[in-house]
Design a protein around this ligand. Structure first.
Ligand SMILES: NC(=O)C1=CN([C@@H]2O[C@H](COP(=O)(O)OP(=O)(O)OC[C@H]3O[C@@H](n4cnc5c(N)ncnc54)[C@H](OP(=O)(O)O)[C@@H]3O)[C@@H](O)[C@H]2O)C=CC1
Ligand SMILES: O=C(O)CCC(=O)C(=O)O
Length: 411
């Protein structure tokens, strides 16, 4: 099932549990605005190349739309739509005053030079600058983009609208980025994992973890789990995978990846088939890469007892059912990876106030938001007798529906 069909299905399930009126249901499903733009740039050798860029603005009932921009060859309109909708429920679950959006360009960032990436980002910004803004839609990094990408967007946007640091989050610190934003999604994943494990009388220390993806989210999650005494027994990225039943030294692995650009040939672990990562023997599985990776083909073979969805939409609905029958507990994406957008909110607040927080305050507040959301979700799981995914969806959808009704329908 594609990402949009799966996301719509989860939304409809939550709407039924909440008994939402069908007119509100329809208005919440249809995106506010879908933007598709042609981005043509000269390559370094002078030849022209064209890409397609997307920004889907899903909903703004609770505040400006918010969400990342992804550079990846598989970016397509349905996927961006699904990711934008997930952002609407995610910001509501975290209870931050935003709606949801997501963007992307179908490109392979590793095949572009830095100057080609800069040109592509600037052309994309030129095409969408009138539709984003501090109180309209605030982009941030996602797969294949980073603080530098946000700096280019900020600079290009500022040529049209004047200097506006709060138009993007996840910026470099020197341009008004927040301390702690780079680590925030991984740190939020760890706070969410701690909240879940505590419910089960467990803690990170001594448990075993398998992590798919070793980029921003995966590497920070791995580092913080390692720091807390968790054993990361397997890690993969696009270049391969490594395993060590006694636990991988994550700081050494980070150094190795920095130096060589790959996980392979790391002396502190054995090579393994990356296709086996998701079914590797471990207590906790953390997908931190692409969507749809857990599906009916592999769900039956998953060994983990807990899955923490650090990636967006890593679990197909068919896999959801299989895993639930096996007794696997899944912490859903719209909660588990909300640490990134939560610290993006802190960054936006700091930019608007013109006052910088120290990192300790950022991390303390992040923990408070993540813990509060976990207890809100658990409360709904109890009252609706549902799993954590439906607990999170009913929490988010209900908050957005309430805001929509309060704003009214008069033209
Ligand atoms: N960045 C953020 O703040 C947030 C991100 N997310 C979600 O987290 C996920 C990861 O994002 P992020 O860490 O930012 O992205 P990055 O681009 O920083 O990292 C992605 C990682 O996934 C790896 N990867 C790509 N394809 C595969 C594959 N087929 N198998 C194994 N690994 C693969 C990449 O490998 P390689 O290193 O070799 O390229 C890289 O390590 C995405 O789903 C994103 O939407 C969610 C909330 C916020
Ligand atoms: O930080 C943000 O605004 C958005 C992060 C994001 O894209 C996500 O949570 O999926």
């Amino acid at each position: 099932m594609n990402a949009l069909a799966a996301t719509n299905r989860n939304f409809m399930k939550a709407a039924r549990i909440l008994g939402l009126d069908s007119k509100i249901e329809k208005s919440l499903l249809i995106p506010f605005r879908e933007i598709k733009v042609e981005c043509t740039i000269p390559k370094d050798d002078g030849t022209l190349v064209s890409y397609v860029g997307f920004r889907v603005q899903h909903d703004n009932a609770r505040g400006p739309m918010k969400g990342g921009i992804r550079y990846h060859p598989e970016v397509d309109p349905d996927e961006v739509n699904a990711l934008a909708q997930l952002m609407t429920w995610k910001t509501a679950v975290a209870d931050i005053p935003y709606g949801g959006a997501k963007g992307g360009i179908g490109c392979s960032p590793k095949d572009l030079s830095t100057s080609e990436l800069e040109r592509l980002t600037r052309v994309f910004t030129q095409k969408i600058h009138d539709l984003i803004g501090v109180n309209a839609d605030v982009p941030a990094p996602d797969m294949g983009t980073n603080a530098q990408t946000m700096a280019w967007i900020l600079d290009e946007y500022s040529k049209f609208h004047g200097y506006s640091p709060a138009v993007v989050t996840g910026k470099p610190i020197d341009l008004g980025g927040s301390l702690g934003r780079e680590a925030a999604t991984g740190r939020g994943v760890v706070y969410a994992t701690e909240a879940l494990l505590a419910e089960h009388g467990k803690s990170i220390k001594g448990l075993t973890f398998a992590i798919q993806g070793f980029g921003n989210v995966g590497s920070w999650a791995a580092r913080l789990i390692h720091e807390r005494g968790g054993k990361v027994v397997a890690v993969s990225d696009i270049t391969g995978a490594v395993k060590n039943p006694n636990g991988i030294n994550i700081l050494d692995l980070l150094q190795h990846k920095d130096a060589t650009g790959k996980l392979a040939d790391f002396s502190g672990a054995d090579a393994m088939d990356p296709n086996d990562l998701l079914t590797h023997d471990c207590d906790v599985l953390i997908p931190c890469a692409l969507g749809g990776v857990l599906n009916r083909e592999n769900a039956g073979d998953v060994k983990a007892k807990f899955i923490i969805e650090a990636a967006n939409h890593p679990t197909d609905p068919e896999a959801d059912e299989i895993l639930s029958k096996k007794g696997v507990t899944i912490l859903p994406d719209i909660y588990a990876n909300a640490g990134g957008v939560t610290v993006s909110y802190f960054e936006w607040v700091q930019n608007i106030q013109g006052f910088m927080w120290d990192e300790e305050k950022v991390n303390q507040e992040l923990k408070r938001y993540m813990t509060r959301a976990f207890h809100n979700i658990k409360g709904l799981c109890k009252s609706h007798n549902c799993d954590l995914r439906m607990g999170a969806f009913t929490l988010g959808v209900n908050r957005v529906a309430r805001a929509t009704l309060l704003r009214g329908w008069e033209a």
